[in-house]
Design a protein around this ligand. Structure first.
Ligand code: PSU
Ligand code: MN
Length: 304
């Protein structure tokens, strides 16, 4: 026996699906676990506005009372931004549904839900990846496997520089996930434009990325693609500044014994404090930029 997934599309998202209009999926863990209130709510609203201004329909995704909600009302957005709730990766979705819980979806949770809803473009901040020290802790974000199994273009500013970026790229390659630099031949480092890591794939227009997504599908592949869009130069924090902060935060997390699901939110919060809020401003700016590009890709994909 197989039940249909408890998908609840908003009226706007449903109509867009029916007419083939462009849609951009958005995640909620970044709001619920990645940014403080009220900046998280302001960012969520602004990102939705950017997607609309770009000519696409925003589909912010969360699990509410056990239903996968695709497209949230403003009241639902506020609920997610204010109330503590579960952090839902791939491993947690069924649990949240079965227990009728509320939860914010990570990149992993969101790409799975977007794929169920037939949405193939998704904007976020940075994907999870292989954590520093992973050779001991084995902490590798479920984002990587989920992207490899969901036919969705993930528009991000690379992976959080808190991670081991060379190993993250290797892990994506192993899983067969194309990582394409948008107007860059380098893997961006989230708060910084530069990581020193070369990418072999580069595309310079949203149209070209829409074509890549189409070609990936034509291969019969259900694997996603990572679109690495560097933060704007005017918003970036130079990698040399970030590296000291990150090293300190990672050291502190290790002595405080922080592991598992709470590690990424803990590190983000620590980096925010250590940079006196500068990291949050950069984080908001790069999410905005990713939303803009994702809308362009969705529009280009829908135009065909
Ligand atoms: N990027 C951010 N803030 C975040 C995250 C990414 O700027 O909060 C979240 C994303 O939802 C990502 C998750 O999927 O962190 C990864 O968590 P983990 O390392 O536990 O898999
Ligand atoms: Mn983890």
């Amino acid at each position: 026996m197989s039940d249909a997934p408890p998908l609840l599309l908003s009226g706007e998202v449903r109509r867009a699906r029916e007419s083939g209009a462009p849609i951009v999926a958005l995640e909620t863990t970044i709001l619920s676990h990645g940014m403080p209130y009220p900046e998280n709510l302001e960012t969520a609203r602004e990102v939705e506005r950017i997607v609309r201004d770009g000519g696409a329909v925003p589909a912010t995704i969360a699990v509410l009372a056990g239903s996968i909600c695709v497209g949230l009302t403003d009241a639902q957005l506020e609920h997610v931004a204010r109330e503590p709730m579960l952090k839902l990766g791939s491993a947690d979705l069924a649990y949240a549904i079965a227990t009728r819980a509320d939860g914010a979806t990570t990149v992993a949770g969101t790409v799975r839900c977007a794929a169920l809803a037939g949405i193939d473009v998704f904007a976020t901040g940075g994907i999870g990846g292989v954590h520093r020290g992973a050779s001991d802790s084995m902490d590798v974000s479920g984002d990587l496997d989920a992207i490899a199994r969901s036919p969705v273009a993930v528009v991000c500013a690379g992976a959080k520089a808190l991670l081991d970026l060379p190993k993250t790229l290797e892990a994506l390659e192993t899983r067969g996930v194309p990582v394409v630099g948008f107007r860059t031949g380098e893997f961006p480092a989230f708060w910084s434009r530069s990581s020193g890591l070369r990418l072999s794939l580069r595309l310079d227009t949203a149209q070209a990325i829409a074509e890549l997504l189409r070609a990936q599908r034509a291969l019969g592949s259900s694997c996603g693609i990572v679109v690495a869009n560097p933060i704007d130069a005017s918003d970036e924090i130079p990698a040399s500044d970030m590296e000291r902060v990150i090293a300190a935060a990672v050291r502190e997390a290790s002595s405080a014994g922080i592991t598992g699901k709470s590690l990424t939110p803990w590190l983000l919060d620590r980096v925010l404090t250590l940079t006196s809020g500068r990291s949050l401003r950069a984080n908001v700016a790069l999410v905005r930029s990713n939303a803009r590009l994702a809308a362009e890709i969705a529009v280009a994909g829908a135009a065909r």
